[in-house]
Ligand binder design. Structure first.
Ligand code: IVH
Length: 696
């Protein structure tokens, strides 16, 4: 017989409201006992019976439903969006440290700030989850708000109520002041095992998987349907209590105990220590134990325990001066390198990828990692079938850093880069002299074409909405797109597209409209969209400004290209190769005929931002057509520098009316002198500045 049989025995004699209140209390206690204490106080059967009884009562008379009812944990109605809520006190972040020395520097600052060497600390695990602020009024959870930007967060109360360990109503409030209103903060997280199971289920269902438990937690809290949230086993650990009470203004460690008394889950690993030496021991202990934990941590939080001391230390730049995060170095794991596969990028670069036996490391499962290029693989001398070392620090992408020599199979073959592209065409791979990469140069390599199309249509290039990865895959597969040039003749294939799966008249029209719009993208965007090797966004802009048109760029020889400050051999050669390639040229021709912008417009043409680059120009005398400031701006716009006095380094002097000593000095030093009229001719583009400088 369980201790609750006394309640359920004669339930018929109680009023429904009394019975509902009683059931809420029992179920809430049972949740706490099961989820927090790990000591169930009743059987599942009894629990389910009471839960259903409460649900029935509430359904029969909705006025009996209270916000603290455990029936709320199974989720409620679908929201349209979250309400934004301003935090009463900003939710701060923590400064990070990465070495014991930095932690000792922090201690030093605390001692100085307090003018007192005695300041015990509390060390806590830094659980890798999502921060949350909880508001209780009269002991009932009223609102749960995410950190957001620290000032304003989302009201995710319905989602937070699904966390079974969190009290919806506090049974024992230790002192009266806490009853009215209190704020508790903590970290919502998910255990590794739950994360793995959920990700696996998602993968099997063909859904997107999450990179780590923190992302899954954040994604779950963003769900607008709390019924979905209830299916995911979120957990919470509380680490802060603000109770507007003298008694909660004494010590952080005591506040943690108050939290525990009130039924909040707190970390069993938090520890109050006397000094920095003990902090250091705590850090060292966890260095080795952290991967035994059922959840991921990304470090340790060290907090000054005394709240009056915290107040003295205060806050700087949104982080408290009384607390710090210590981050551990990257975690390592061993796993088997099962295979090396290859990815083809938009410029034909072939990137080797490590296919690993899946291994769980620092919160996520790793099954692939980039191997960058041939030199990287040969440098580490890793071979297929090796036991390799994978490293991961915080959020960074996993890296392979070596192999275990003693575990190498005697037959393991030294890696050699394939000669043929692994794509269905199997064309020869090229390895340009002095470059680390192998390239697939086949103009019809389907893998490369997809990447090129994606790049061409992307937002920073031609910005064609509706032509994303999936659509491109579909069109390439069906032979609707073979190259970039085909994009501008999709109009002719309208009927075929319309009849495809997931397409209709409206969506086709939208896509075609977006393609039409892309013809207005400026020349620099078109140049970037072409996907020429080494020509990124910045370089496209420089080239567009410098040459003004695709013809001028195409006609430039190696020397003319190398004259540009930012252009080196790789860029220059890549451009020359591009313009020599007949496939690229036929594509370019089609794009020209489709009326894409192949030159900068007149206003852009007038100013080339590097026209005066490297020039040091002095202004003197009175100018009439423009002010000194305007003249300086015109020079700076073109990349020149305006200096105050004439020296041997001065490129030229621009002399207005009544010029004095500067003009004399320039004459003395043989510095070229321009009149205001000359200068105006230069900035209007009639004459190049170089024609005044005795330069070619
Ligand atoms: S204290 C002003 N304690 O770490 C104090 N934070 O990098 C700020 N976190 O936003 C929070 N475990 O999401 C604190 N025991 C702990 C923590 C913790 C994890 C997270 C929290 C915070 C972030 C700061």
């Amino acid at each position: 017989m369980s201790q609750f049989d006394i309640f359920s025995a004669d339930s018929s004699e109680q009023s429904p409201s009394k019975r509902a209140e009683e059931l809420r209390a029992i179920i809430n206690s049972a949740d706490h006992a099961y989820y927090v204490e790990a000591h169930p106080i009743m059987s599942d059967r009894e629990y389910d019976g009471m839960f259903r009884e409460l649900q029935d009562l509430e359904q029969h008379d909705p006025t009996l439903l209270t916000p603290d009812s455990p029936t709320q944990r199974i989720g409620g109605s679908q929201l349209k969006e979250f309400v934004q809520v301003m935090h009463k006190k900003p939710m701060l972040s923590l400064a990070n440290t990465y070495s014991e020395e930095e932690v000792r520097d922090f201690d030093e600052r605390v001692t100085q700030g307090l003018d007192n060497p005695h300041h015990p600390y509390v060390c806590e695990l830094k659980v890798d989850g999502v921060a949350i602020s909880l508001h209780y009024r009269n002991g009932v959870l009223e609102r749960a708000v995410t950190r957001g930007d620290g000032e304003i967060g989302d009201d995710v109360t319905a989602n937070i109520k699904t966390i079974k360990e969190l009290p919806l109503k506090i049974q024992h409030i230790p002192f009266e002041e806490l009853n009215q209103e209190m704020e508790i903060r903590g970290e919502v997280y998910m255990e590794n095992a739950a994360f793995l199971a959920l990700n696996q289920a998602r993968e099997e269902a063909g859904e997107k998987t999450y990179a780590n438990p923190r992302n899954l937690t954040a994604g779950t809290l963003k769900q607008l349907n709390s019924k979905e949230v209830a299916k995911r086993p979120l957990k919470i650990v509380c680490y802060y209590l603000d109770g507007n009470s003298e008694k909660t203004n004494i010590s952080h460690a005591e506040n943690l105990i108050h939290l525990k008394t009130m039924g909040f889950p707190i970390s069993q690993y938090s520890k109050r220590v006397d000094d920095i030496d003990a902090v250091s021991r705590f850090l060292n202990e966890w260095e080795y134990q952290r991967d035994q934990l059922p959840f991921g941590i990304d470090g340790i939080v060290i907090k000054v325990d005394s709240i009056p001391q915290q107040r003295i230390l205060g806050t700087v730049a949104r982080a408290p001066k009384w607390a710090i995060a210590y981050k551990y170095e990257a975690l390592k794991a061993e796993t088997i390198l099962q295979d090396i596969t290859f990815q083809i990028g938009r410029t034909g670069v072939v990137t080797p990828v490590a296919e690993l036996e899946p291994v769980f490391l620092a919160g996520s499962t790793i099954s692939r990692a980039t191997l960058h290029n041939e030199d990287f693989i040969l440098g580490l001398d890793i071979r297929i079938s090796d036991t390799v070392i994978v490293e991961k620090g915080g959020d960074v992408i996993p890296k392979i850093t070596g192999f275990i020599a003693s575990k190498r199979h005697p037959d393991a073959l030294k890696f050699s880069f394939p000669n043929l592209c692994p794509c269905p065409i199997n064309s020869d791979l090229h390895h340009p002299e002095g470059e680390v990469h192998y390239l697939c140069m086949h103009p019809e390599c389907p893998w490369q074409i997809r990447r090129r199309l994606e790049h061409f249509a992307s937002r920073d290039a031609m910005n064609i909405e509706g032509l994303g990865e999936k659509v491109i895959d579909q069109f390439v597969e069906l032979g609707l797109l073979h190259s970039i040039a085909d994009i501008y003749s999709l109009q002719e294939k309208k009927d075929s597209i319309q009849s495809l799966d997931r397409w209709g008249l409206k969506s086709v029209d939208k896509l075609l409209e977006s393609i039409e719009q892309s013809k207005n993208q400026p020349f620099r965007k078109v140049l970037f969209a072409l996907g020429i090797r080494h020509i990124g966004e910045g370089m496209s802009k420089t080239l567009a400004q410098h040459f003004g048109s695709i013809e001028a760029l195409q006609n430039a020889d190696l020397n003319q290209l190398l004259e540009i400050k930012e252009v080196g051999n790789s860029i220059a050669n890549s451009l020359i190769e591009f313009f020599k390639d007949e496939h690229e040229m036929s594509m370019l021709n089609t794009l020209k005929h489709a009326d894409l912008c192949m030159s900068i417009d007149e206003s852009e043409m007038a100013i080339r931002t590097d026209e005066f680059s490297g020039f040091s120009i002095v202004l003197t005398g009175e100018l009439s057509a423009l002010t000194r400031k305007e003249a300086s701006e015109e020079i700076e716009k073109r990349g020149g520098k305006v200096t105050g006095s004439v020296s041997k380094k001065t490129t030229c002097l621009i002399a207005g009316e009544q010029a004095g000593s500067k003009l004399d000095k320039a004459r003395e030093l043989n510095i070229p002198i321009l009149t205001e009229q000359d200068f105006l001719a230069v900035i209007q583009g009639t004459l190049p500045l170089t024609s005044f400088l005795g330069l070619p």
